[in-house]
Design a protein around this ligand. Structure first.
Ligand SMILES: C[S@@+](CC[C@H](N)C(=O)[O-])C[C@H]1O[C@@H](n2cnc3c(N)ncnc32)[C@H](O)[C@@H]1O
Length: 207
């Protein structure tokens, strides 16, 4: 995918819902650059795939690590190609499977922001995702998970799991970062699908 302005290059996605969600997630980062504030700190994208938010964060100046399941080499290759196409050789790519206590996870430095676009699509994975996030919260209790997702079922809820894992979440109104539109950044995304953004953090920390 290429935006009409041609600023970023992306592979045609096998995951259109992911692109819809990530088209929205790169907006808050874009606003910071528009205000000429460099986006600083360390940012890890989980379930990266085409990795639009991570690529955007790296372009804005953050120290970014992209990750996808260590069991899905094809998806890790997609992360690699996104970095190549956007001339970002400094971005690290690691295999990180949700819920697995791997060497890669243990070795990660504390992160400031975790990026996740369209990872909450399979309820049976929700707890594994939060387990990984919880582990990263132990390294930095102030870390926030910025998540965008396409609403697929009104029955799905994270509430009980957030309570269990001592986390809280805040919904971010789309209008607060000019994302309440069908055509973001001159693209055809997210279209008419309902996409939302939430920020998850440690319950004892104040957002
Ligand atoms: C719906 S796609 C979203 C991709 C990308 N974030 C986007 O917005 O375009 C879900 C992503 O999660 C990854 N994934 C699926 N199961 C995973 C797991 N158990 N651990 C880590 N990543 C996983 C997939 O490989 C895929 O890249």
């Amino acid at each position: 995918m290429q935006s009409r302005r041609g600023r970023f290059q992306f592979l045609a996605s096998e995951c259109p819902s992911g692109l819809r969600a990530s088209s929205l997630q790169h907006m808050p980062l874009g606003k910071e650059t528009a205000r000429r504030r460099p986006v600083s700190g360390t940012q890890l994208q989980i379930g990266g795939g085409v990795s639009l938010p991570g690529i955007m964060a790296a372009k804005c100046g953050a120290e970014v690590i992209l990750s996808d399941s260590s069991e899905l080499p094809h998806c890790l290759e997609v992360c690699r190609q996104s970095c190549q196409m956007n001339n970002l050789p400094q971005v690290r790519i690691i295999g990180l499977t949700w819920g697995h206590m791997s060497q890669e996870l243990l070795a990660l430095p504390p992160q400031d922001i975790l990026l996740a676009s369209d990872v909450f699509f399979e309820p049976e994975d929700f707890e594994d995702i939060l387990t990984t996030v919880y582990f990263l919260m132990q390294k930095n209790p102030k870390v926030q998970l910025w998540s965008t997702y396409q609403v697929r079922s009104a029955d799905w809820s994270l509430e009980a799991l957030l309570y269990k894992w001592d986390m809280k979440c805040v919904h971010i109104p789309l209008e607060s970062f000019d994302a309440d539109k069908e055509n973001i950044a001159e693209s055809a995304l997210p279209g008419r699908h309902t996409v939302e953004m939430l920020v998850i953090s440690f319950a004892k920390d104040s957002l």
